[in-house]
Write a protein of this length. Structure first.
Length: 265
C-alpha cells in the first residue's frame, strides 16, 4: 500500500522581511517574516510599542511598508494601486480596539458600513442610506449572531463597550472577509466581556473558516483561542510557534526578565 504525500496548502498570508520606518526615524518593524495558514487563528503578542498594531496596519495597507513584501491569497499586495487595494480590502476585515463606529448612526447602519466597498456609488448607502434589502437582512442576521439583534435601531453611542465591539464584529461579518485582522479587540473591555467577544471571533474562525490575525496582551486568551502565535519585541519577531510552546523562559524573553504573567479570568 502506498500513501500520497500530503500537500501543504498555500498560506493565506505571507509576510517577507517586512520593514516599517516612520518619518521620525522610528523603526517599528525590522525584517519581520512569517506565514499564516488558511483557517488559522494567529495571535500576535508583545509589549506595547513592539510593533503589533503597525504590523496589522501594514497588512491591510493603512500604513505603507518601507521594505519587504506582503502576499495575500498568493498576490503581492505590497505596492498595489488604489483600485486594486479596494478590491483586496473587500476580503480583509478589520476590528479595532476603539470600535470605530459612527456614534450618531444606528447600530444597523454601522453594520451596513461593512458593505460600502461593494457599492458602485458609495454615497447611495453612505448618505441616503438606501441599502439593498438583502444587505439589510444580512446585517440583521449578523447582529443576531453576535447577540444584539434587539439593538439594531439604537444609536451606537447608547451602547456599552462590549456591545460596541460586537457591532464592529458584525460589521466585519457582513463583509464576508477571508481574513480578519483584530487589533487589541478586548483591551478596553472587562474580563467577562472579553471572553464573550473572543468567543465570537473564534466562532467566525471555526464555523465560517475565516482566518484571524489578532493582537493580544493576555497569554491566557492566547492559549484559549489561538492555533498559532508570533511574538514581537522592539519591532523584531522573537518567537513563532504554538501556544503550548510558550514556556516561562520564552515569556521572559518576550516580555522581559522581570515580567510576571497576569491571567484574565
Amino acid at each position: 500500500m502506498t500513501f500520497q504525500a500530503e500537500r501543504k496548502s498555500e498560506p493565506i498570508l505571507q509576510i517577507k522581511n517586512l520593514v516599517k520606518t516612520y518619518p521620525n526615524g522610528t523603526k517599528a518593524l525590522k525584517n519581520v517574516s512569517f506565514e499564516v495558514p488558511k483557517g488559522a487563528f494567529l495571535s500576535v503578542i508583545g509589549l506595547s510599542g513592539s510593533g503589533k498594531s503597525t504590523l496589522l496596519r501594514c497588512i491591510n495597507r493603512i500604513h505603507e511598508p518601507t521594505a519587504g513584501s506582503i502576499f495575500f491569497e498568493g498576490q503581492d499586495i505590497t505596492h498595489i494601486n488604489e483600485k486594486h487595494l479596494r478590491e483586496v480590502r473587500k476580503n480583509i476585515g478589520m476590528v479595532f480596539q476603539h470600535f470605530n463606529l459612527i456614534d450618531r448612526r444606528s447600530v444597523l447602519n454601522n453594520v451596513l458600513m461593512g458593505r460600502l466597498g461593494q457599492l458602485n456609488d458609495h454615497f447611495l448607502g453612505g448618505i441616503f442610506q438606501k441599502w439593498p434589502e438583502e444587505w439589510i437582512a444580512d446585517a440583521h442576521e449578523a447582529l443576531k449572531i453576535v447577540g444584539i439583534a434587539d439593538k439594531a435601531y439604537v444609536r451606537a453611542d447608547g451602547l456599552s463597550g462590549g456591545q460596541k465591539q460586537r457591532v464592529a464584529i458584525a460589521r466585519t461579518l457582513v463583509q464576508n472577509p477571508h481574513l480578519l485582522l483584530a487589533d487589541e479587540p478586548v483591551a478596553s473591555l472587562d474580563p467577562s466581556t472579553s471572553y464573550s467577544v473572543m468567543n465570537y471571533l473564534r466562532d467566525l474562525n471555526q464555523k465560517r473558516n475565516i482566518t484571524v490575525v489578532c493582537n493580544l496582551h493576555f497569554l491566557s486568551l492566547v492559549r484559549d483561542y489561538s492555533t498559532h502565535v508570533i511574538a514581537l519585541r522592539n519591532g523584531e519577531k522573537v518567537f513563532e510557534g504554538k501556544p503550548t510552546d510558550i514556556t516561562e523562559q520564552w515569556f521572559k524573553d518576550i516580555y522581559g526578565a522581570d515580567a510576571k504573567e497576569v491571567e484574565i479570568n
